[in-house]
Design a protein around this ligand. Structure first.
Ligand code: PGA
Length: 266
């Protein structure tokens, strides 16, 4: 183990797949293959797939009792009401989802979601008993201007709920939330930050979480996302303060997703 690597033993790693707007009923075969792979004996980790809303209930039913858990890709800030076309966190929990991605950069860019919206969605997810995966990440222009750190710290400050806002008591495992650092320019592009850049950002996020939550902040998983593939997963997942990955494109292929999961350090 080099100086840039360390054991993340305190945190159970998570490999989460974000299927985005992909997946017809015919994709249930890939999901079944991931579920069966997730059940194969291996070191403790949590495997999550976030399919589109239309597949969520079928996916939850088919994975009940397995080691694969399901999540959603977004939720509304309200539980119920006159919000045509939206889906609420209690509805997702009712289907059997356990996680919910909030603040993905595609939502921020294409649906004009601001940090304040992401914060409200994270609270809505928590209120419904879901674990929010709160996404942060700078755009390429911010990275080029040397502002990546400031942008991500501001997103964290504004998007992540405070301990006082968590209505449910925080358990021994800390606040029930996950952070995903996903540089926007790395998503779906095949470009990945240098190891040093990933380490620096994850370290900064860890520091901010510790400042905000004290000891709990050491237990919040921080996932890296952006062009994670079987070929680069081992290297990325071994980096300090990388507690797993949020995987887009490669999660659509069962063997790629399982190969990424198998790349977690022992
Ligand atoms: P990618 O997407 O793995 O296809 O880059 C990651 C994401 O958007 O969560």
């Amino acid at each position: 183990m080099t100086g840039s690597q360390k054991s993340n033993a305190k945190i159970r790693p998570i490999i989460a797949g974000n299927w985005k707007m992909n997946g017809l009923l015919s994709a249930m075969g890939a999901l079944a293959a991931i579920r069966d792979g997730a059940n194969a004996p291996s070191s403790p980790r949590t495997l999550v797939i976030c399919p589109p809303f239309t597949l969520l209930k079928t996916a939850c039913d088919s994975c009940a009792g397995s080691n694969l858990v399901l999540g959603a890709q977004d939720c509304h800030t309200h539980g119920f009401g006159a919000f045509t076309g939206d889906v609420s966190a209690p509805m997702l929990a009712d289907c059997g989802a356990r996680f919910c991605i909030v603040g993905h950069s595609e939502r921020r860019a294409l649906h004009q979601e601001r940090d304040v919206d992401v914060h409200a969605k994270a609270l809505a997810a928590l209120g419904a008993g879901l674990t929010p995966i709160i996404c942060l990440g700078e755009r390429e222009d911010a990275r080029d201007a040397g502002k990546a750190h400031d942008v991500v710290m501001q997103q964290l400050e504004r998007s992540v709920p405070d301990a006082a806002e968590l209505k449910t008591p925080v358990g021994a495992d800390g606040p029930p939330m996950v952070i995903a650092y996903e540089p926007v320019w790395a998503i779906g592009t095949g470009h990945v930050p240098t190891n040093a850049d990933i380490i620096a950002m994850h370290e900064a996020i860890r520091g901010a979480l510790k400042q905000r939550f004290g000891a709990w902040g050491e237990r919040i998983p921080i996932l890296y996302g952006g062009s994670v593939k079987p070929s680069n997963a081992r290297e990325i997942l071994a980096l300090a303060d990388v507690n797993g990955a949020l995987v887009g494109g490669a999660s659509l292929n069962a063997s790629d997703f399982l190969a990424i999961a198998a790349s977690l350090p022992e």
